[in-house]
Structures are given as structure tokens and as C-alpha cells.
Design a protein around this ligand. Structure first.
Ligand SMILES: NC(=O)c1ccc[n+]([C@@H]2O[C@H](COP(=O)([O-])OP(=O)(O)OC[C@H]3O[C@@H](n4cnc5c(N)ncnc54)[C@H](O)[C@@H]3O)[C@@H](O)[C@H]2O)c1
Length: 254
């Protein structure tokens, strides 16, 4: 069963990791995908991989913290694919990894700009486009770090908690206008973001691997499948939730 047939779908941070995996999964399920990212080479590689598999996608260079870029990203979906059915606000950065007293202020601004303002801008322009055409479905990437405190990740965690709250607000504001808004909260996913942290701080690998009761890290496609479910008609009555996709971490740590 195809769960995204002909859906005009925008995915941010789709040059890598969870975003790329989600772009591929949506294309496999029949979606027309706008791949948005600051990384031009990675974005084009995602599009090539989708086209090689017979899917439809286009790349739009986008800094999610830039208002004009985000408007352009949404306009591209409307012009190329006839509207906007699905928006996945996924682009994110981890920011500094230090306790609050040592936390770099510019680094804090940057993580807020990308992870929180980026989601706000996506919703602002995405919702406007969805309202023109009878509604749609939004998912944003939160994190277990937005539910529980992780030492050294105050800025990151605050943005991810903000993503969940903004998701609830969007859900309530547009519930009677055909728009659902949900979030996913991954645990530890095997992507470049996690590999970079492990390269810088090798002792973190063992700590990260111990987070989730299930073995190993999540595969990016496991997050992608949850996003697909939330945007599909299978989740037609689900709105305002942050769905944990984290191998049981929150069952033992909340
Ligand atoms: N990997 C994990 O364990 C994990 C856990 C919880 C949440 N997350 C979240 O998942 C999302 C995806 O992360 P990932 O693990 O796939 O990492 P990743 O680094 O592989 O991918 C992130 C992508 O976002 C893009 N990006 C960064 N800044 C951007 C900007 N300003 N505008 C547009 N694109 C930008 C990057 O170029 C990259 O392609 C992030 O929001 C991250 O916080 C990841």
C-alpha cells in the first residue's frame, strides 16, 4: 500500500541522515518530494538516488533560518507539484556540547535559529500554502533531548522542547481547518550528526549505545517510517503529539 501517492512533500535537512532516508521512503510511497537543505551536493545526491529508483524529486537550496529561503522552498512545491500536502521540518544542528556557564552565546543563537526559528518559518509559510488547498500534514523533528535533560545540550534540548510545544500550538490552531501537526522524538540515530560527536568524543559511543533499551542505534529509515505514518490517513485522528521513536528510552527514563 502506498501511503503518500501524488502528495506534494517538502522535507528539510534532506541532504543527509534522517531527512534523506525520509525523502527516499516518501518517494517510494509515491510522493513528489522537494529536497531542501543548505548542502547542495548532498541535496542533489538525494534527488539522484530517488530518480534512479524511479521517483520524483527536486532540490531547493534552503537555509531554514532564512525567511526568504523558506518562502521559496514552499513556493517551489506549490509551483512544481500543485500545492503542499506534507511538510517535514527536520533540518537541525546539535550546537555546542558544554554546560550552561561555558556555553557559547553565538552557538546558542545558531542552534535556536536553525532548530526552532527554522521550524517556525516552515510552519508559517507551509500552513499558509496548505490553507489554500484544503489542508495537509506537518511533522517536525524533536528529540528525546527535548523531553529529558541531557548534560551539555541545554540549547539543543530547549529548541527541541520548543518544537514539541509549537507542534501542539499548530495542532490546536488549525485542527478545524484540515491541518494536522505532529512531531517525532528520535533517540540515537545512526547519522552524520551522531558520528561527528563520536569522532570528537569517542567515549560518547558507549554512553549513547546504553541510552536505548533496544540494541544499537536506530536506523534513519525507522524514523522515516514513523513520519510517513503520522502524515498518512492511518493517523487521521492524531494531532499535537510528539511520537517517541527511541527503542524504549523514555519508558525507562521519564
Ligand atoms: N541523529 C540522532 O541521533 C538524532 C536524534 C534526535 C533528533 N535528531 C534530529 O534529527 C534531525 C536530522 O538530523 P540527522 O541526525 O539526520 O543529522 P544530519 O547531520 O545527518 O542531517 C542534518 C541535515 O540538516 C541540514 N541542515 C543543517 N542546518 C541547516 C539549515 N540551516 N538549513 C537547512 N538545512 C540544514 C544539514 O546540511 C544536513 O543535511 C535534526 O533535527 C536532529 O536534531 C537526530
Amino acid at each position: 500500500m502506498k501511503l503518500a501517492e501524488d502528495k506534494s512533500t517538502v522535507i528539510t535537512g534532506a541532504a543527509s541522515g534522517i531527512g534523506r532516508a525520509t525523502a527516499k521512503v516518501f518517494a517510494e510511497h509515491g510522493a513528489n518530494v522537494v529536497v531542501a537543505d543548505v548542502d547542495v551536493d548532498g541535496g542533489n545526491e538525494t534527488v539522484e538516488a530517488i530518480e534512479d529508483d524511479g521517483g520524483t524529486a527536486t532540490f531547493v537550496e534552503t537555509n531554514v533560518a532564512d525567511q526568504d529561503d523558506v518562502q521559496n522552498m514552499i513556493d517551489t512545491a506549490v509551483e512544481e507539484y500543485g500545492g503542499l500536502d506534507v511538510l517535514y521540518n527536520n533540518a537541525g544542528i546539535d550546537g555546542p556540547h558544554t554546560e550552561i556557564a561555558e556555553y557559547d552565546v553565538d552557538g546558542f543563537d545558531q542552534v535556536v535559529d536553525v532548530n526552532l526559528k527554522g521550524v517556525f518559518l516552515g510552519m508559517k509559510y507551509g500552513i499558509s500554502a496548505m490553507l489554500e488547498d484544503g489542508g495537509g500534514s506537518i511533522v517536525s523533528t524533536s528529540s528525546i533531548g527535548g523531553v529529558n535533560a541531557v548534560e551539555g545540550y541545554s540549547g539543543y534540548g530547549a529548541t527541541k522542547a520548543g518544537v514539541s510545544l509549537m507542534t501542539k500550538t499548530a495542532a490546536v490552531e488549525y485542527a478545524d481547518q484540515g491541518i494536522r501537526a505532529n512531531a517525532v522524538a528520535p533517540g540515537l540515530v545512526n547519522t552524520q550528526m551522531v558520528q561527528n560527536i563520536i569522532e570528537e568524543e569517542p567515549e560518547m559511543e558507549e554512553e549513547f549505545l546504553a541510552y536505548e533499551p533496544m540494541d544499537g542505534f536506530s536506523d534513519p529509515r525507522e524514523i522515516a517510517n514513523a513520519v510517513l505514518f503520522l502524515t498518512s490517513d492511518l493517523a487521521s485522528r492524531v494531532t499535537g503529539v510528539t511520537l517517541p521513536v527511541e527503542g524504549g528510552f523514555l519508558a525507562s527514563n521519564s
